[in-house]
Design a protein around this ligand. Sequence first.
Ligand code: TYD
Length: 202
Amino acid sequence: MKGLFITFEGIDGSGKSTQAMLLKDRFNQLNRPVVFTKEPGGTPLGKKIREILLNDNMNPVSEFLLFAADRKEHAEKIIIPSLADGKIVISDRFADSSVAYQGFGRGVPIDFINFIHQNILSGLKPNLTFIVDILPEIGLGRLAEKDRIERGGMDFLNKVREGYLELARADKRFVVMDGTTAPEKVANSIWEFISRWELSNG
Ligand code: TYD
């Protein structure tokens, strides 16, 4: 059986988590087997790593390596086994978050990030990645409370956003959605895209 791996990306406050949940609900309504997961903190060990990441100041490379440790656990314990069972896996953030935040945002060399990912992820790559795009000033305005990374500021989040858009220009797996559109409309567009994609790739 062949699984389907779909990830959601975007800056903080973009609404990507809402979209990830709405997509999970649609698959559930059709009784299609779906596993909903997230980074950081998709596994018990990952939850501990997440606490450190969201609270302690650290060097950007250390930060990336902790996200990478969380991701390795997540891939081995949840994503890869679920895909092997033929399930649909929806992850709220995955490897592209590190390229955008630690790479484009904090200046960790992207080659280094890609090298680590290649060595820890056994070729695991999303089939489709939806980037919910929003200007940082709008995204940040939507957040009630900010964690350490979200407090990185407007310049930082602008770089992260530009990073996502650059990734999207380079690979057809990415679909950029306008995060200022009403959530139900975005969800409909995502669903239409997936339906068409499955027809031509299924
Ligand atoms: P989280 O609290 O789950 O926020 P959100 O609900 O916006 O996804 O994620 C925590 C923060 O971690 C978020 O600001 C994005 C950041 N992050 C990275 O910087 N690099 C990464 O690789 C990942 C997965 C997340």
